[in-house]
Design a protein around this ligand. Structure first.
Ligand code: ZN
Length: 332
């Protein structure tokens, strides 16, 4: 009795806090940014960063709740309707996934189908169907495989110069995240080179299963619910320091490859890490219809279609209705 009372009070509070109660004079678009949908045990086994995943149960809660509060739309549809001056829902919400993780197929897609919620997956074209790993994941794998925790992994002794901690302190998700942040002072190409040069570990075999393959993408696309966008070819941050021809390749070759393999025009783009140089922005504007950033916020009817804001979701901050509502409100 008490428990159900507390629960209903919580629901009331979340209903008051949630964006479904905002008086809106103009249509808005919420774009939710997910990466992985993974059971907690698998996330721990893969040493995934806490900011990278929600569990399938939490994802189910989100999709169910959105159906009650807002109008789920396809991102490209919303942008097209707006360009054509067609009417837009007051509270539109679009789901996006970054990187093209295989769990989007195994754990997210069944939930999207269950609630008929459209989504856009921003795939890194050069990683589809390969055993390649993102450098942070590779770094985590090499750190975990160390026999002596007081040492940096063989071949990665250079970490000592940039790490704000000692190797034996790398035991919590927070310190591991700090190390990833410290590594970002190097260009991605350099990081891939340095990490791929380190001796392989026995755990490397498990990497083969982490990214989507073409068949899975085709199957999701054929359902009509999932659209594929580009997230570059190699997940290169499009910084001012990146060579212009490299930026051009990342932005255009990924689009070409996806279009050739999937037989569909690719009009949506996602900037890796949210970084974008003036040159990259020009290219994206010339070749795509829309682009999403990592800038947090809700989009009004006049938001630049090449600077769409998103709200990032992950397990630790959004695993209850109340927390989810507060996150959507932009409170935290
Ligand atoms: Zn990404």
């Amino acid at each position: 009795m008490l428990k159900s009372l507390a629960k209903s009070m919580l629901n009331r509070i979340s209903a008051l806090a949630g964006p479904q109660r905002w008086p809106l004079s103009q249509p808005r678009l919420w774009i939710l940014m997910y990466h992985r949908v993974l059971p907690r045990a698998e996330a721990l086994a893969q040493r995934e960063e806490p900011g990278m995943y929600v569990t399938p149960e939490t994802f189910d809660l989100h999709m169910r709740t959105l159906g009650e509060w807002m109008t789920p739309v396809s991102l490209s549809d919303w942008v097209r309707r707006r360009a054509d001056n067609q009417s837009l829902p007051r509270r539109a919400v679009a789901i996006t996934f970054d990187d093209g993780w295989r769990d989007n197929y195994t754990h997210a897609w069944p939930v999207l189908e269950k609630y008929s919620v459209p989504a856009t997956i921003f795939a890194v074209s050069g990683m589809i169907g390969t055993a390649r790993m993102f450098w942070p994941n590779r770094l985590m794998q090499l750190l975990a495989a160390r026999e002596d925790k007081r040492q940096w992994p063989a071949g990665l002794e250079w970490l000592a110069e940039i790490a704000p901690m000692k190797p034996e302190q790398l035991t919590t998700p927070e310190t591991l995240s700090e190390l990833v942040q410290a590594c970002k002072q190097f260009p991605d190409i350099e990081l891939y080179k340095r990490l791929e040069a380190a001796p392989a570990t026995t755990a490397a075999a498990s990497a083969a299963q982490t990214m989507l393959n073409w068949e899975q993408i085709e199957q999701m696309q054929a359902s009509g619910l999932v659209e594929i966008g580009s997230h570059t070819e190699n997940h290169c941050r499009l910084l001012e320091s990146l060579a212009p021809e490299k930026a051009e390749h990342e932005i255009l070759a990924s689009k070409r490859m996806l279009e050739e393999r999937l037989g569909k025009s690719v009009q949506s783009f996602c900037y890796p890490n949210g970084d974008v140089s003036a040159h990259a922005a020009q290219l994206v504007t010339a070749h795509y219809r829309l682009a999403v950033t990592t800038q947090r916020g809700i989009n009004g009817p006049n938001q630049d279609p090449y600077r769409l804001k998103r709200i990032g979701l992950h397990e630790d901050i959004a695993n209850t209705r109340t927390a989810f509502a507060a996150r959507l409100s932009g409170w935290r």
